[in-house]
Every structure is written in structure tokens, then in C-alpha cells.
Design a binder for this molecule. Structure first.
Ligand code: GAL
Length: 380
């Protein structure tokens, strides 16, 4: 915190910023606060990719929040390429960033960059994805990722009729054939999602109510490098030709992310399933409430998704950044869960919601996340 040396000044500024959070602070250009005027501070924001609309929304929301709070922002997307992200962060440091907010591509590949940041006294906030194997991660803003996995599995059970949405036992008895997908193994979140999901599904698998016909249940077998839609589509195609060539049908698919869900659905449609759930499309879960998938849910093709309000995550990142830049520690609500291999990173966890067709209106439209027209068209 070289650039912000006067603690009292920092505290005054923090109060001012907290009071104005999200609504356009930064108006304080009195000489007293000049040493830590947000206008003199730059926040580097490193996002993984623009191929998924959620990260574009995250980038935009973080940039908007920081700009409204008066900071300069250096926002970069790395095209899901690890060396590109490393270079972008190196450059942010060289150009004098005062704080970094990073959503990593490979959570284990940034130790060198984070060391350079620490050497220059630049605080680092891990955004949504934990950065692993480094002492130099100061804070983590994310969702309760284990619970996201529980919600995905719950949505699968509800879709199959084994549970009711209120958690009580449903009328269906099974057995149901299901297949499992996980995210990218280099993303810490993928492990939390899968663990939460499997802890929920295991009793049904043990009881024979759910049958993973391919036999592929280890995360290494079901993972999807870089969360790529095409990779999930290809694996679903392979599963259909290997495990279902006897004429049996797959009835449910645990998918941890909407992009993968769309690839899985394409493979299923190409193999003659559906087009809608009523026509035999399996129950497919998701995550992120991406608009193309919300339309599919509205059209009875995809069964569910998990809504993680990126506006709230961005706001939390901005509030945490303001604390650091005012020389203070951000408020954490979890100091136990996220061990990055070197230390437990203090975290702020947000809650997520399961979206089915019947609560698109209340969760996504009424909250202003998507409009009715966007849901109808599937376009942002
Ligand atoms: C995860 C993130 C998910 C999803 C996925 C693919 O890290 O938590 O919400 O976006 O990446 O981008």
C-alpha cells in the first residue's frame, strides 16, 4: 500500500466510498483526500474469455462499478489462453496498477505474476475462481461453490421427479440412466461443483435409482478442459455410441455450465432425442443463466440452470477493492473453506438460485437480469 500511506485519510476515504458504493462516488477531490484520490488509482481487471457471455457481463459490471467509484480501470480478456493472461497481468503490474482483480483461466498458473504483484505491494483479489499455490492472494469473492453443485444435483433430481422443488420426495421411482459432466480440472470451482453434486447424487446411485450407464464417475473421466462446449458435445456423442448403442436411453445429464449443456443438448438432438423434454429430451442441468440457455429452459429443452448474479459478484469485488485501496481489510464471510494449497484465502461468498421454467420470471426478469424479449429471442 505504498501509494496510500496516511491511515486516517484512508479511513475517511473508505467511509466516503462505502457510503457511495455503486452509485457514483469519486466526487471528493478536496485537497485533503488528494493522496488517495480514486482518480489517481488504477485497478487491473483480468477476465478469462469473451467466448462466454457471463465473463463479458462480469467484466462490464466490474468496470462500471469501479469507474463509478472514480477509479481508472484496465480491463483485459485473455481469450482462454494462459500465456496471454500471464502477459496481461505482467503488463498491468508494469504499468503501475494499484490493485488486481483476477478471474484466472488456470488457477495454478499465476504464481509468478502474483509474486511480482506482492513485490510491488499490489493487493490481489481472486474473482469467482480461486488462484491456487500462491501466498499472494489477498482476498476471494465468489459464490458458495459447493452449494452450486448441490443445487445442480438437486435440479437434476427435481427434473427427474425424484424430488419435489420443495425438497420432499417426488413420485418418480426410477431407475433412471444418467451421465455426468464436470468442468475444467485446472479451475478450482470445477472440483467444488462436482463434489457438491456427487455428495447429493451418491445415495441415489448406491440405491440403484440412478444408473451411470457409462460407468464414468471419476472427475478425471468426466471433466471438460477449458469448459468447452464442443468438447462436451463430442463426449456426449461418444457416450451415446458407446454406452447407449443397445437402444437404451439416457434420461438425465448433470452439466455444470450452460455452455456445456448446449453442447450436450446438440449431441442429444443430433441423435434423435427431443426436441423438448416432453418428447424425450433428457433432464439437463446448467449454470450461469446464460441467455441462450434461459431461452432453452423457457422452450422446455434444457431443464434448469443456476443463477449466480454477476452484478452482485462485481459489486462485492468493487467493495473489496475499495477497502484495500483505503488501506483496510475487506470484510470476509468465510475464512475456512478456500485453502489454495498454501493458505486459506479469506473469502466473501454469495448465494445462488436454481432456475426452472416457472421461476424465470421472478428470478431473472423481475430482477432486471434479462428482459422478457431477451428470454424469448435467446439474444443478449
Ligand atoms: C467457472 C464459473 C462458472 C462458469 C464456468 C465456465 O469458474 O464459476 O460459473 O462460468 O467457470 O465459465
Amino acid at each position: 500500500m505504498r501509494r496510500i500511506t496516511i491511515a486516517a485519510m484512508g479511513a475517511v476515504l473508505a467511509l466516503g466510498l462505502a457510503a457511495c458504493s455503486g452509485s457514483g462516488a469519486g466526487g471528493d477531490d478536496s485537497t485533503e483526500a488528494a493522496a488517495a484520490d480514486p482518480a489517481d488509482l488504477t485497478v487491473g481487471v483480468a477476465m478469462p474469455t469473451q467466448t462466454s457471455e457471463r465473463w463479458i457481463a462480469d467484466g462490464d459490471a466490474v468496470e462500471k462499478g469501479l469507474t463509478e467509484a472514480g477509479y481508472k480501470v484496465d480491463l483485459q480478456f485473455a481469450g482462454d489462453d494462459i500465456p496471454t493472461q500471464q502477459q496481461q497481468i505482467d503488463q498491468m503490474i508494469t504499468k503501475g496498477a494499484d490493485l488486481l482483480i483476477i478471474a484466472s483461466i488456470d488457477g495454478t498458473a499465476l504464481a509468478t505474476q502474483l509474486q511480482a504483484a506482492a513485490d510491488a505491494n499490489i493487493p490481489v483479489i481472486a474473482y469467482d475462481r480461486l488462484i491456487r499455490d500462491s501466498e499472494n492472494v489477498d482476498f476471494y469473492v465468489t459464490f458458495d461453490n459447493y452449494n452450486v453443485g448441490v443445487q445442480q444435483a438437486t435440479a437434476l433430481l427435481v427434473g427427474l421427479g425424484l424430488l419435489n422443488a420443495d425438497g420432499s420426495a417426488g413420485d418418480a421411482t426410477g431407475p433412471f440412466n444418467i451421465e455426468l459432466f464436470a468442468g475444467s480440472l485446472d479451475d478450482n470451482n470445477a472440483h467444488f461443483f462436482y463434489k457438491g453434486a456427487m455428495d447429493t447424487l451418491q445415495e441415489y446411485i448406491d440405491a440403484g435409482t440412478l444408473v451411470v450407464k457409462s460407468g464414468q464417475t471419476d472427475i478425471e473421466q468426466v471433466a471438460t478442459l477449458r469448459w468447452l462446449q464442443e468438447t462436451a458435445q463430442k463426449r456426449m456423442e461418444d457416450l451415446l455410441t458407446s454406452a447407449y448403442s443397445d437402444g437404451s436411453k439416457v434420461q438425465g445429464v448433470l452439466s455444470p455450465y450452460d455452455g456445456l449443456s448446449r453442447g450436450i443438448i446438440t449431441a442429444l438432438q443430433n441423435a434423435g432425442y427431443g426436441p423438448t423434454i416432453a418428447d424425450g429430451m433428457p433432464i439437463v442441468t446448467g449454470q450461469d443463466a446464460e441467455i441462450a440457455s434461459v431461452k432453452l429452459i423457457n422452450d422446455d429443452v434444457q431443464s434448469s440452470t443456476i443463477f449466480k448474479d454477476t452484478r452482485k459478484l462485481a459489486e462485492q469485488a468493487v467493495v473489496s477493492a475499495q477497502s484495500f485501496l483505503a488501506g483496510e481489510e475487506p470484510e470476509a464471510n468465510d475464512t475456512e473453506t478456500y485453502d489454495n494449497g498454501v493458505k486459506v484465502v479469506p473469502s466473501y461468498l454469495l448465494e445462488s438460485d436454481i432456475v426452472y421454467k416457472d421461476n424465470i420470471q421472478s428470478l431473472l426478469i423481475d430482477s432486471g437480469y434479462w428482459t422478457e424479449d431477451q428470454v424469448a429471442s435467446g439474444q443478449a
